[in-house]
Design a protein around this ligand. Structure first.
Ligand code: NI
Length: 178
């Protein structure tokens, strides 16, 4: 297993639309294991392959309190959404330090393949519904802040660019000191 680097918004690679997985084989299972390790280490409750620069439709989620209930979604599809919508404060491993309210369908029905390539379906509400919709957005090249007003998006981009610049500068300084 390996920790994978997570792309940070506004990296343009986060806007890539992921392709369906054609065959659930050992290559995909290794990707799933690496993504799970990366998500738990972050720590986070969901990670889409897009965020680790792999543009195939694979998601890992674990919203359990003990982080011991991994949900693997391959080629996930939302085939039903409730009319009722709910607002939730979301964050994202690709947008560090940013938490904003996003409105999404309150309940969804999802079909996907598991790690063995077997189809399964489930109904989700609450945090799980939020998480699945957030991660599928990633596979479609969409980061959660793109649900916000342009003004808010611009503020977030400015702040993150500044942070990334400062982090780069600090790293360079450290190099000079050695
Ligand atoms: Ni995210």
């Amino acid at each position: 297993m390996a920790l994978l680097p997570i792309l940070k918004y506004p990296d343009p690679r986060l806007h890539t639309v992921a392709k369906p997985v054609e065959q659930v084989d050992d290559r995909i299972r290794t990707l799933v294991a690496d993504m799970a390790e990366t998500m738990y280490a972050a720590p986070g409750i969901g990670l889409a392959a897009t965020q680790v620069d792999v543009h195939e439709r694979v998601i890992v989620i674990d919203i359990s309190e003990e982080s011991d209930d991994l949900l693997v979604l391959i080629n996930p599809e939302i085939y039903w959404r409730s009319d009722e919508r709910e607002e939730f404060e979301e964050g994202c491993l690709s947008v560090p330090g940013t938490y904003e309210k996003v409105e999404r369908a309150a309940e969804i029905k999802v079909r996907a393949l598991n790690e063995q390539g077997e189809p399964f379906e489930f109904h989700a509400d609450g945090l799980l519904a939020v998480c699945v919709q957030h991660e599928i957005d990633h596979l479609d090249g969409k980061v959660f802040v793109e649900h916000l007003s342009l003004l808010k998006q611009n503020r977030i981009v400015t702040r993150l660019r500044k942070q990334q610049r400062e982090a780069r500068r600090a790293a360079e300084k450290q190099k000079l000191a050695v």
